[in-house]
Design a protein around this ligand. Structure first.
Ligand code: LRH
Ligand code: MN
Length: 383
C-alpha cells in the first residue's frame, strides 16, 4: 500500500484560473459573491484549493483574461501563496477579427495577428517560468463550401511551425482538439487524429491534450489515451465531465467510471509522471467555485486511487487466459473499492484535514472574500 500512497502523494492537479471567475452559457452568466476581480485574487483562491487538498500546486493562466503589467510579479505572488504558474492558454476565439478563423483565416492579416498572439503567450511563459503552452482553436466553418478544408490545414500547420520554432529548450505546446462548437460544420482541429498528425510532423515539443468534454458521445476516450501514450504524444488532460456536449462540469461528476478507466490507462501506459499534465478545465456556473475545485481535485484523486488498486498481475493472468469475466471482475473490484479512507489517511499523513470540503467550509475563507470583494469588475470570460 505504501507505493500507492506515495503515488497519490505525488499527484499534482492543475486548476484553471478561469474556474474562479464568473462563467455561464449563452443564456446567462450568473454572478456569484466573492468572485475575484483580477489574476492576483484568482491565484489566492487557487492557493486555497492546494492548501486543503495538498494536490493542486499549479494554476493555468488564460491570456488575455489573466493579462497583467508584470507577469514576473504575478509569478512571485503565486509562489508567496505556495503555488506556481502552470500552462499558459492562448485565446484566439474572442476577437471580431477571428469570425472566419484565427490562424486558419482566409485573411493573411488576421493569421498574422493570431500567430503573434500565440508568440506573445510564449513570452508570458518566459516571464512566469511556465514550460507549457496550451493551444485551442475555435477555428472552423458553419456551412459546406464556406472555405477550403485543405487550405485551412495548410494555414494551421504554417502557424504551428512558427510557434514551435519559438519554443525554448524546456518548453512544449499541447494542441487541444474539439469535435465542434463554436463552429458547427467543420472544426479545424476536431479530433485526436488531426492533433496527433500535426504534432508528429512538428516534433517532440508538440503533444496532444485530451479535454474529456471534447468528443462525440460514446467515444472511448481511454482508447485514445492508451494510443497517444504508446506514441509518446499524450501531453496532458483538461479534465471535466459532461452529460451531453462540452458541459465543463466537475471532473468525475457525470461519469466517475470513465475517469477511472482513463486513469487506469494513464497508469498502465506509464503516463503517471509529471510529463503528462493533469489539468482541470471547468466552469462552476451555479455552484461555489473554490469548493467546486476542491471537490473536483478529490474526484480525480479518488479515480486515481481506484486505478492504482487494480491487481495488475491478476488482471494480466485473466486477460492472457481469455477469462473475460475474471478480467472484468478484477477491474470492477478496484473500481468498487471505497478509497475515501485511504485518501483520508494520505491527507492526514500530509498534516491535512482528512475532509478538505468540511475543512474549507470551516475556514471562513468564502465569507471573508464575499465581504472583502465588493466593487470592481468581477472576473469572467469577458477578460
Ligand atoms: C475550449 C476549452 C479550452 C479553453 C477553454 C476555456 O472549449 O476547453 O481548453 O481555452 O475551454
Ligand atoms: Mn479545454
Amino acid at each position: 500500500m505504501s507505493d500507492i500512497k506515495a503515488a497519490l502523494l505525488a499527484q499534482a492537479i492543475e486548476t484553471p484560473s478561469w474556474a474562479y471567475g464568473n462563467s455561464g452559457t449563452r443564456f446567462k452568466v450568473f454572478a456569484q459573491r466573492g468572485v475575484p476581480r483580477d489574476p492576483y485574487e484568482k491565484l489566492a483562491d487557487a492557493a486555497q484549493v492546494h492548501a486543503f487538498t495538498g494536490a493542486a500546486p499549479s494554476v493555468a493562466l488564460h491570456i488575455p483574461w489573466d493579462k497583467v503589467d508584470d507577469y514576473a510579479d504575478l509569478a512571485a505572488h503565486a509562489s508567496n501563496l505556495g503555488v506556481r504558474i502552470g500552462a499558459i492558454n492562448s485565446n484566439v476565439f474572442q476577437d471580431d477579427d477571428y469570425m472566419l478563423g484565427s490562424v486558419t483565416s482566409p485573411d493573411a492579416r488576421v493569421r498574422r495577428k493570431a500567430t503573434d498572439h500565440l508568440l506573445e503567450c510564449v513570452d508570458v511563459m518566459d516571464a512566469t517560468g511556465s514550460d507549457t503552452l496550451k493551444l485551442w482553436f475555435s477555428d472552423g466553418t458553419n456551412y459546406p463550401g464556406q472555405d477550403d478544408i485543405r487550405s485551412r490545414q495548410d494555414r494551421l500547420a504554417e502557424s504551428l511551425a512558427e510557434v514551435y520554432d519559438r519554443l525554448g529548450e524546456h518548453q512544449r505546446f499541447l494542441l487541444e482538439y474539439k469535435l465542434f462548437e463554436p463552429a458547427f460544420y467543420t472544426t479545424d482541429v476536431p479530433d485526436w487524429g488531426t492533433a496527433y498528425a500535426h504534432c508528429v510532423k512538428l516534433g517532440p515539443k508538440a503533444q496532444v491534450v485530451v479535454d474529456t468534454g471534447h468528443h462525440a458521445p460514446g467515444t472511448n476516450i481511454e482508447f485514445i489515451v492508451a494510443f497517444l501514450l504508446r506514441e509518446g504524444k499524450l501531453g496532458g488532460f483538461d479534465f471535466n465531465s459532461r452529460f451531453y456536449a462540452d458541459d465543463d462540469l466537475m471532473a468525475g461528476a457525470a461519469d466517475p467510471f470513465q475517469l477511472f478507466r482513463i486513469m487506469f490507462e494513464v497508469i498502465r501506459g506509464g503516463g503517471y509522471t509529471e510529463d503528462v499534465a493533469f489539468m482541470l478545465d471547468q466552469c462552476h456556473n451555479i455552484e461555489p467555485k473554490i469548493a467546486g475545485q476542491i471537490r473536483s481535485v478529490m474526484n480525480v484523486q479518488e479515480a486515481t486511487a481506484k486505478a492504482l488498486l487494480v491487481d495488475r498481475a491478476a488482471l494480466a493472468a485473466a486477460q492472457s487466459a481469455g477469462d473475460v469475466l475474471g478480467a472484468n471482475g478484477v477491474f470492477m473490484d478496484a473500481y468498487n473499492t471505497d478509497v475515501r479512507p485511504l485518501l483520508a489517511e494520505v491527507r492526514a499523513e500530509q498534516g491535512l484535514d482528512p475532509d478538505p470540503m468540511a475543512a474549507y467550509a470551516r475556514s471562513g475563507y468564502f465569507e471573508k472574500i464575499a465581504a472583502e470583494r465588493v466593487g470592481g469588475a468581477q472576473a469572467g470570460w469577458g477578460a
